[in-house]
Ligand binder design. Structure first.
Ligand code: FA5
Length: 340
């Protein structure tokens, strides 16, 4: 019996240690300690032993039983812990892992600026009109009183499509189109892309955006121009800015002016952004509509007068948001665009 017990202990120990899952361990327990188990059978057979043998074999089998039960318990705990680890591993949640975020886009800062400008002028009673990027040389130059030898007409300044058609160099073409279509009185704004043979630098681009305005009515003067633009500029940029009107020449307005505002970065103190002038880059041109332009559109300059203005939307946005390089507007770098 002693040999049988020792053989059983060795075999059971080997099986318990080799068990890889809780189910397997349970089947080993049943095999040895179940109702019909091998150890159970041995313990039951004790009664058949002689009086001398019984206590010895009883003590031995009890010790083996205890040892095996301890082994079974230890193995059971080890397998449970292993199972838990595997479960944890399988259900591991990495809270630092980035999920696929669907970013919704938004309107480009140029479009936002254009719409803001439109809203302001609509509130002031202006009508928004739209026109083509390819226009006639007549609308872009002739009807706007540009002399035949004006330098902007040069091939090196303008993109011609044919001798009669070009990519508009400014939105002032819309002055002609609107006056011809609607006559006087009139109050319109119009915006869009314009094209010039300009070298690219921080404030110039060969394609940029303009916002044009035109008022035609009886008794319109330079005072109306300055009054309206002051309201617009203060409303758009804030009350604290100073506005500077510099005399200028445009063939289609007389008198003419160029306008800039206090540098928004330094507030007029002078800084690297404004080249220590205290003033922003040039933002818009304006003036009282030249009588020849009214006449070219069939409007009697003895009865009607008007004022017009044209601003670079790109530059307006640059000054408003403190953008130093115009190229950022067209590169479509999402890191830049997300800021607006
Ligand atoms: C004109 O284009 C005139 N048509 C404006 C005007 C309209 C005057 C009505 C009088 C009456 P100018 O060339 O200065 O003017 O351009 C107007 C504005 O466009 C400038 O003040 C500037 O803000 C912007 N601009 C001009 N060239 C560029 C360029 N290459 N890149 C970016 N913005 C420009």
């Amino acid at each position: 019996m002693k040999e049988r017990l020792e053989a059983l202990k060795a075999e059971a120990t080997r099986e318990i240690e080799g068990a890889g899952a809780l189910e397997k361990l349970e089947s080993i327990r049943v095999k040895y300690f179940g109702k019909k188990g091998e150890m159970t059978a041995i313990l039951r057979g004790m009664g058949k032993l002689s009086k001398e043998e019984r206590p010895l074999m009883g003590a031995m089998s009890n010790a083996i039983r205890e040892e095996l039960e301890k082994l079974l318990t230890e193995k059971q705990e080890a397998l449970k812990a292993k199972g838990m680890d595997e479960k944890m591993e399988g259900e591991y949640l990495d809270v630092t892992l980035s999920r696929d975020i669907i970013r919704t886009g938004h309107r480009h800062p140029l479009l936002q600026t254009k719409e803001e400008l439109e809203d302001l002028f609509v509130e002031m009673g202006f009508q928004v009109v739209d026109g083509p990027e390819i226009d006639t040389v007549a609308n872009n130059f002739d009807h706007l009183n540009s002399p035949a030898n004006h330098p902007t007409r040069d091939l090196t300044d303008t993109f011609y499509i044919s001798p009669e058609h070009l990519l508009r160099t400014h939105t002032s073409t819309m002055q002609i189109r609107a006056m011809k279509e609607y006559g006087a009185p009139l109050r319109i704004v119009s915006s869009g892309r314009v094209f010039r043979y300009d070298e690219v630098d921080d404030t110039h681009s060969p394609m940029f955006h303009q916002f044009e305005g035109l008022v035609v009515g009886k008794g319109i003067t330079l005072a109306n121009l300055i009054g309206s633009l002051n309201i617009f500029i203060k409303e758009f940029f804030g009350e604290d800015l100073e506005i500077r009107y510099r005399p200028h020449y445009f063939p289609f307005t007389e008198p003419s002016t160029e306008i800039d505002v206090t540098c928004p970065v330094c507030g007029g103190e002078g800084c690297a952004t404004c080249n220590f002038t205290g003033w922003s880059m040039e933002l818009l041109g304006a003036g009282v509509v030249h009588p020849n332009v009214l006449r070219n559109c069939g409007i009697d300059p003895e009865v009607y007068s008007g004022f017009a203005f044209g601003m670079g939307i790109d530059r307006i946005a640059m000054v408003k948001y403190g953008i130093k390089n115009i190229r950022l507007m067209f590169e479509n770098d999402a890191r830049f665009l997300r800021q607006f």
